[in-house]
Design a protein around this ligand. Structure first.
Ligand code: NAD
Length: 301
């Protein structure tokens, strides 16, 4: 067993190839996607992510615009700005970059984004659809993680899955997506007793906690799939150099697991690809809504 590196790039490339085709098809009928990325205050922490999103968007033919708001902007001002984008037909998708300053409620902003332009899948309407087994537009990281599991070809029906971490943005939507696919899901969190008792019986383990090396080889069933969503910055005491690692002890776990995603290079690239896929799904929904309105006007005349 082991040495089955589950890299994100092939999965991301396959998704992006489909997105590129969708962009061309939509352009033929006059629908052009454009993402607006919103940052508030200091952008340094998210700069690398935003640049990456722009690079991937432009690669598949999606326009990308960055709008930065001052660090002391009010909640009301942000909601007005989002409402303006909601009614601007040139803006077809809105991304809210985290973190935001303390006076801003990210949840309220996510709710303010019109569901048709919610490419992050974080509006309560989008999340609610997952509960009803409508899975085509889901939160990007959760959808990316599930996509990686699917790429192993393990049958999801009846699969024993343990999700470690129960945040709204990652853990909970993963659990709902997998339940909809027929998996048997156990969700663990900081109050779970004896984490390894759960993780050791799982065919697939998803980890989204934010603690380096939380998951070690002794917690994994031989042959299981391990999807590491954590992103942790580690500073070398001597050199001061920063490296990125996940929540899984990669070297140890890859000795026993059937598949394990590396960090970086696992979930990250697939997340950005899903963002692009969501952008095209959102655009299709806008097109459908416009066409049905047009039809009802035409019928009324
Ligand atoms: P969060 O802080 O909102 O939630 C952390 C979760 O971990 C909670 O459910 C908490 O109960 C659980 N937890 C904490 N300590 C635990 C322990 N000892 N044992 C078991 N569970 C424990 O975090 P989040 O926003 O879900 O992010 C989690 C990680 O995923 C972070 O490292 C974050 O950077 C990363 N992340 C990655 C992506 C990506 O695209 N790859 C996207 C979002 C977040």
């Amino acid at each position: 067993m082991g040495d089955r590196d589950l890299r994100g790039k092939p999965v991301a490339d396959a998704i992006l190839a489909e997105v590129k085709t969708a962009v061309a098809d939509m352009a033929d009928s006059g629908w052009v996607p454009k993402l607006v990325s919103i940052t508030v205050g200091d952008v340094e922490a998210v700069d690398v992510y935003v640049r990456n999103q722009r690079r991937v968007a432009e690669r598949v033919g999606i326009a990308f615009e960055e709008r930065n708001f001052p660090g002391d902007v009010t909640q009301e001002e942000m909601e007005v700005a989002i409402s303006t984008m909601n009614v601007d037909p040139r803006v077809t998708g809105i991304i809210l970059q985290r973190p935001v300053p303390p006076q801003i409620s990210i949840k309220a902003l996510q709710s303010a984004v019109h569901p048709y332009k919610d490419v992050e899948g974080m509006n309560p309407t989008s999340i609610g659809n997952i509960v009803y087994n409508e899975l085509d537009l889901a939160p990007c990281t959760a959808a990316a993680s599930v996509e990686l599991l699917k790429s192993t070809n393990l049958p999801l029906q009846g699969l024993e899955v343990v999700v470690i971490g129960h945040s709204e943005i990652v853990g909970k939507p993963i659990a709902f997506l997998l339940m909809a696919e027929g998996a048997t899901v156990t969700v663990c969190h900081h109050m779970t007793r004896a984490l390894s008792v759960h993780s050791r019986r799982a065919d697939a383990v998803f980890v989204a906690v934010g603690k380096p090396k939380l998951v070690t080889a002794d917690m994994i069933k031989p042959g299981a799939a391990v999807i590491d969503i954590g992103i942790n910055a580690l500073k070398d005491e001597k050199t001061g150099e920063e490296t990125i690692c996940g929540d899984v002890d990669y070297d140890g776990v890859s000795e026993v697991a059937g598949w394990v995603t590396p960090v970086p290079g696992g979930v990250g690239p697939v997340t950005v690809a899903i963002l692009m896929r969501n952008t095209m799904i959102a655009l299709q929904r806008q097109k459908n809504a416009y066409s049905s309105q047009f039809r009802s006007v035409a019928t009324a005349e």
